[in-house]
Write a protein that binds this ligand. Structure first.
Ligand code: G3I
Length: 479
């Protein structure tokens, strides 16, 4: 079904879419950089969440209750992401299907999945004209404020302490920058937004409270209107803490003003977040479009890293097989960083490379990583270094692994990891290291930027490979 509110991008056609250091030195450098407020290169990592966390950001995904039954999808999500947005389970139609009768079962399942994997939760959403049960629109207008505030208070109290943030008001704007004439607007005028934010803050004073919308990623009439509203709300002391840029893009059409737009909201004292990114391609997607999609994801990650108050990026789902895009935009698809067989696409490599080449600037958040998704295989401890390999993802005919190299009780200056494949595996792409292959023997040496490790410090490299997932025995030597 095609929801009437879906994030259409006016004036954007299918045709246009187509056209379109070690030890002391490092420590001294870090101290100096911190003292003068410079950004420092952070360590390269092999998963989106690890690299994002090293830069004070998170990397998230939407998950639905249906997704929780899919082991491949959830293993991948737990390995790569540290933030979860419930796709549908915290919306009004799911949580208060009839007046005063609340049901948090599905939302609670998403929260427990997140908590058991060290992931945080973006609550989504408290007030939205869509997925709103019919009973709400049947309520007399003079009762809507109390119905809305009761809904917010009950839900935000239920999830108090369990969500990092709330999309308190979702998609309030029309494309021309006027507010939607929904039931909340009809009952309270524009004041419904301040009322909603105040009710949410009273219920959960520690949650970051957002207004979230689509087509506000660039500077345009819609984002200008939201900017004015944000200024006005902040001047009145209304508890608004962040702006969510949904970021449902068409390939090749990431707005050039994205970073400037993020920065102007950040300059108001607000956090900004990319909350629902996907990047749709006219089907069938060809290799140049998949490369362009990679450039798009890289551009968005770079913009977020360049704006210190950009707290993180979330994709709207995990893989192409579970995306809302084909159902809403017929003829489009392939919008995610993994294909429908869970194989990472150029967009994944581009997003990870953008994170790894980014610098760390202070941001609001980081969180503990979850445990590995597969049993690690560690090289013997006691030498100059040790190496651990784990499988972070696998798909039909291929897999992705992460290797952590750790210095022993003394600093190392350069490292070499070696192994032998047990079953004909071949590496297709490797990052944060340089490889040489001889038959089934693989040698990976450090990259220029991650060879010097203080005593006990670690670096990671990663790769995708063809064949069956394997965790061979590794040796590590320096140099
Ligand atoms: O729950 C019913 C089920 O009972 C029924 O059998 C089935 C038959 O179609 O429909 C189910 O409802 C669907 C619902 O998702 C739950 O699966 C709706 O039809 C479907 O329209 C709805 O779509 C959701 C959409 O929001 C609604 O606007 C998508 O899954 C969800 O990904 C999407 O998420 C939104 C964000 O919340 C806000 N930003 C845009 C984003 C994408 O549209």
């Amino acid at each position: 079904m095609k929801p009437p509110n879906h994030p259409k991008q006016p004036g954007r056609s299918r045709g246009r879419a187509r056209g379109l250091a070690g030890g002391l030195a490092a420590a001294l450098a870090a101290v100096t950089a911190a003292a003068v407020g410079l950004a420092m290169p952070a360590q390269a990592a092999s998963t989106l969440k690890a690299s994002a966390e090293a830069r004070g950001r998170y990397f998230g995904t939407a998950l639905t209750r249906g997704d929780l039954g899919n082991g491949t999808l959830t293993n991948l999500a737990a390995a790569e992401f540290d933030m979860v947005t419930p796709g549908n389970e915290m919306k009004w139609d799911a949580t208060e299907p009839s007046r005063g009768s609340f049901n948090f079962g599905s939302g609670d399942q998403i929260v427990s999945f997140a908590q058991s994997h060290g992931m945080r939760v973006r609550g989504h959403t408290l007030v939205w004209h869509a997925q709103l049960p019919a009973w709400v629109t049947g309520v007399q207008l003079n009762q809507i404020q109390s119905v809305m505030e009761n809904h917010i208070t009950t839900e935000a109290t239920h999830y108090k302490g369990k969500v990092y943030s709330w999309d308190v008001v979702n998609e309030p704007y029309n494309e021309d920058g006027t507010l939607r004439q929904d039931v909340f607007y009809k009952a309270m005028g524009a004041n419904y937004i301040a009322n909603a934010l105040r009710a949410a803050h009273a219920a959960d004073p520690n949650a970051k409270l957002y207004i979230n919308d689509y087509n506000i990623e660039g500077i345009n009439a819609k984002s200008n209107a939201l900017y004015s509203l944000a200024q006005s709300l902040l001047s009145q002391g209304v508890p608004l803490h962040g702006i969510g840029l949904e970021s449902h893009f068409v390939v090749g059409q990431v707005p050039s003003s994205l970073q400037a737009n993020m920065q102007r909201f950040a300059d108001l004292g607000l956090d900004v977040a990319v909350t629902e990114i996907d990047d749709r391609i006219p089907m069938p997607a060809d290799s140049s479009e998949l490369q362009q999609q990679g450039a798009d994801y890289g551009k968005v990650v770079n913009a977020c890293l360049a704006v210190s108050r950009c707290v993180g990026v979330s994709q709207w789902g995990v893989d192409d097989g579970h995306s809302w895009i084909p159902g809403t935009f017929p003829g489009y698809g392939a919008a995610m960083m993994w294909d429908s067989g869970y194989k990472p696409k150029p967009a994944y490599t581009a997003a990870l490379n953008a994170l790894n080449s980014g610098t760390s600037s202070p941001s609001a958040s980081s969180s503990p990583s979850s445990s590995p998704s597969a049993s690690p295989s560690r090289s013997p401890i006691g030498g100059a270094c040790s190496a651990t390999i784990k499988t972070v993802n696998s798909w039909g005919g291929g897999f992705q692994s992460e290797v952590t190299v750790q210095a022993g009780s003394a600093p190392v200056n350069g490292w070499t990891v070696k192994w032998t494949w047990p079953g004909g595996q071949t590496i297709s792409s490797l990052w944060n290291g340089t490889q040489s292959v001889s038959g089934s023997s693989v040698t990976v040496r450090n990259a220029s930027y991650n060879g010097s490790l203080a005593a006990g410090a670690s670096a990671t490299f990663g790769f995708t490979a063809n064949g069956s997932a394997a965790t061979p025995a590794l040796t590590c030597a320096s140099p």
